[in-house]
Design a protein. Structure first.
Lengths: 296, 282
C-alpha cells in the first residue's frame, strides 16, 4: 500500500520542433493522498508539460522519452486512449486556467455540468441535474438554478471558475490537476477561489497538483512544492521550508525578485547572472551525464 | 499645488451613447463617475483597481484617447481635452504611453528601428534619419538592448525585450508624462523586476511623471510614491503609499491588501477576512 496517489518518476521529454531539446529532465515528484502539491517555475520551465503528460494531451511536437506516471499503481503512459479515458474525469479531473475557453459558449451550464455526471458517474438526466444543483451550492453559488440555465458569457470570471471547480470535484476524483486556476482572476476573487479549492480538497480528501507561476499563491495553498527550471527539478520540499530556508540559489532568486507590499525596500532583485550561468552549467552537465549513462 | 503636471477634475466617461435623432440601441454605460486625479512633475502615481474599476478608461481619458462626457484634463496649465487636433499636437509628444501587450502594440511588419525612428521624425526631434538613428542607438543603450535590435522584428524578441522597446519608444520622445497600463502583467518575476527597475531609474533621471496602472498592489508599492484606489468608476481612496498601505482608510482598500498572497507562511490567511469581504461586496 502506497501513501501517495500520484508518483511521477524520472519523466523526460524532448521538443521535436526545437532540435530535440529536452523540455523535461528526469522529473520526479509524488502527490500524497489529500495533499496539495505545488508545481512552480517561470514560463518554459515545463510545468504545463507535466500537467499535460498526466492528462495524455502533450502537444504533437513534444515527445515523452522516458519515465513513468504512476497513478495508484498504474503507469498512465502505458494506457491506451480508451484506458486513459476511463481514468480521466472519473479519477482525475482538471481545473483549467481560463474558464471562458474551457466552457463551450453555445451550451448552457446545465448541459456541460451534467455530461460528466451522466457519462462518468452513470446518473440519469434528472439525477444529474439534481446533483449539479447540489454541487453549485457546495461552491457557494447563491442562485444555482439561474446559473444552470445560463450560458458561459452571462457569468463573471469568478462564477465561471466556480462552475468548473464544481464540475471537477463533482465527479469525486482522487486527483485534481489545477493549471494556474486563478491567473485570470482579480485578487479578491482569487482568494475566494483558493479558499474554495482548499475547503473542497480537505472535505473530500482529494489530492491536488497545483500548477502556478506565483510563489505567493503556492505559499497559501500548497503543502509541498516542486520548483522547476528548464524542465529540471531544482528544489522540492514542504512549502514552509522551501519558502523560509530555500536551498537552491534559483529559489532564493525567485523570492528576491518578488515585490512585497509589506517590505517595499526588498524585492525587484533581478536574478543574478551568475545564478543563471551556474544553473545552465548544472543543466548541461546533467544532460551530458545522461548521454554518458546511456552509452555505458 | 504648484508642481502639479497633470490634473483631472470630475471626469465622466460613458460608452455606447446612441448617436443621432433616430438612434436606438442599448443605454449608455457610465464607466467613470466623476474622477479627480493629479500627478506631480516627476511623481510616480499608482492606479489600482480590479477588472471593471475603470482604471484603463481613466488612463485613456488622461491621454485624450477617449473623450470625457464631462470634466477637464489640465496638462501643464492648459485644458487639453477640448483642444482641436492641431492644437493638441504639441501635447502628444509630451504625453506618452507604454502598452500592456507589446506584442500587439508593435507592428510585426516594421523593424524595431523603423518603429522607433518614425515618431522621432514626426515630432521633429531630429531632422534626418541618421540623426534619429543616433537618438535610437542612445535610447537602446539606456534600456539595455543591443544596437542590432534596430534590425529585428518584434516577434524575434523575448517578452522582456519587447517591453524594453515599448519603454524606449515612449522615452525617446523626451516626454514629461508617461502612462503605463499593466506593463508587467505577462512577465516572469525576474523579467518584471528588471523592467520595473529600469522604469524607476528612468523616471528619476528624466524627472518623468508616471501614472502606473496595475492590479498588483505589491508592484505599486515597490515603485510608486502615491496610490489611487479605484472601484466601479470611482476613487475610493488616494494618498501616499506609506500611509495607504499602513493604515488604509477605505474598507475596500483593506480587503484588496488582505487578498494579496505574499510568498510567506501564514496558515490563517485563507480563512481570514470572510466577514469583511462579505461586508465590502454586499
Amino acid at each position: 500500500m502506497t501513501d501517495y496517489r500520484l508518483a511521477i518518476e524520472k519523466l523526460s521529454a524532448i521538443s521535436l520542433r526545437d532540435g530535440n531539446k529536452p523540455v523535461l529532465r528526469r522529473v520526479s515528484l509524488t502527490v500524497g493522498t489529500g495533499e496539495v502539491h505545488g508545481l512552480v517555475g517561470e514560463s518554459g520551465a515545463g510545468k504545463s508539460t507535466i500537467a499535460k503528460a498526466i492528462l495524455g494531451i502533450v502537444p504533437s511536437q513534444v515527445r515523452i522519452t522516458g519515465g513513468r506516471i504512476d497513478f495508484e499503481g498504474t503507469d498512465l503512459l502505458t494506457l491506451s486512449r480508451r484506458g486513459l479515458r476511463a481514468v480521466l474525469g472519473r479519477d482525475i479531473a482538471l481545473i483549467p486556467q481560463d474558464p471562458l475557453t474551457a466552457l463551450n459558449p453555445a451550451r448552457r451550464i446545465d448541459a456541460q455540468m451534467t455530461d460528466g455526471l451522466r457519462l462518468k458517474r452513470g446518473l440519469s438526466a434528472k439525477q444529474a441535474r439534481v446533483r449539479a444543483l447540489e454541487l453549485l451550492e457546495e461552491v457557494q453559488i447563491r442562485d444555482p438554478e439561474r446559473v444552470l440555465n445560463s450560458y458561459p458569457h452571462q457569468l463573471s470570471g469568478g462564477m465561471r471558475q466556480r462552475v468548473l471547480i464544481a464540475a471537477a470535484f463533482g465527479l469525486e476524483p482522487k486527483l485534481v490537476i489545477a493549471d494556474e486556476p486563478t491567473t485570470a482572476l482579480d485578487v479578491t476573487v482569487q482568494k475566494q477561489i483558493l479558499r474554495l479549492i482548499r475547503a473542497l480538497q480537505e472535505r473530500h480528501g482529494t489530492s491536488v497538483l497545483f500548477v502556478s507561476h506565483d510563489l505567493g499563491v503556492v505559499a497559501k495553498i500548497c503543502d509541498r512544492v516542486t520548483v522547476l527550471y528548464m524542465g529540471k527539478v531544482v528544489e522540492q520540499g514542504a512549502t514552509a521550508e522551501v519558502l523560509t530556508t530555500p536551498h537552491h540559489a534559483y529559489t532564493k532568486a525567485l523570492l528576491a525578485a518578488n515585490p512585497r507590499y509589506d517590505r517595499p525596500d526588498t524585492g525587484l532583485e533581478p536574478t543574478p547572472p551568475e545564478v543563471i550561468s551556474a544553473l545552465r552549467a548544472e543543466i548541461s552537465a546533467f544532460d551530458v551525464s545522461l548521454l554518458e549513462s546511456r552509452d555505458g | 499645488m504648484a508642481d502639479d503636471l497633470l490634473v483631472a477634475n470630475g471626469l465622466v466617461v460613458s460608452y455606447g451613447r446612441p448617436r443621432g435623432l433616430l438612434a436606438r440601441g442599448p443605454q449608455s454605460t457610465t464607466i467613470l463617475h466623476g474622477v479627480d486625479i493629479r500627478v506631480g512633475r516627476g511623481e510616480t502615481v499608482g492606479i489600482v483597481g480590479e477588472s471593471g474599476s475603470g482604471k484603463t478608461t481613466l488612463g485613456r481619458a488622461l491621454l485624450g484617447l477617449v473623450a470625457p462626457a464631462s470634466g477637464t484634463v489640465l496638462f501643464d496649465g492648459t485644458t487639453i481635452n477640448t483642444l482641436d487636433e492641431r492644437r493638441r499636437q504639441p501635447f502628444r509628444r509630451r504625453m506618452q504611453m507604454i502598452f500592456q501587450d507589446p506584442m500587439s502594440s508593435l507592428n510585426p511588419r516594421q523593424t524595431i528601428g523603423r518603429i522607433l525612428i518614425e515618431p522621432i521624425l514626426l515630432h521633429g526631434l531630429a531632422k534626418t534619419r541618421s540623426a534619429a538613428l543616433d537618438l535610437v542607438h542612445h535610447v537602446l543603450d539606456r534600456v539595455g538592448l543591443s544596437r542590432v535590435t534596430v534590425d529585428r522584428y518584434s516577434y524575434e524578441l523575448s517578452g522582456g525585450q519587447r517591453q524594453r522597446v515599448g519603454i524606449a519608444r515612449a522615452v525617446v520622445l523626451q516626454p514629461d508624462f508617461v502612462l503605463a497600463d499593466e506593463i508587467v502583467s505577462g512577465l516572469d518575476v525576474s523579467t518584471q523586476a528588471q523592467v520595473l527597475r529600469l522604469l524607476k531609474e528612468l523616471t528619476g533621471e528624466m524627472h518623468l511623471a508616471l501614472a502606473f496602472i496595475s492590479h498588483d498592489l505589491s508592484v505599486i508599492r515597490s515603485i510608486c510614491q502615491r496610490v489611487v484606489v479605484m472601484r466601479e468608476g470611482r476613487v475610493v481612496e488616494e494618498g501616499p503609499c506609506e500611509r495607504v498601505f499602513a493604515a488604509p482608510a477605505a474598507a475596500y482598500t483593506r480587503m484588496l491588501i488582505d487578498a494579496i498572497p505574499l510568498p510567506s507562511v501564514d496558515p490563517g490567511w485563507l480563512t481570514r477576512g470572510v466577514a469583511a469581504e462579505a461586508a465590502v461586496t454586499a
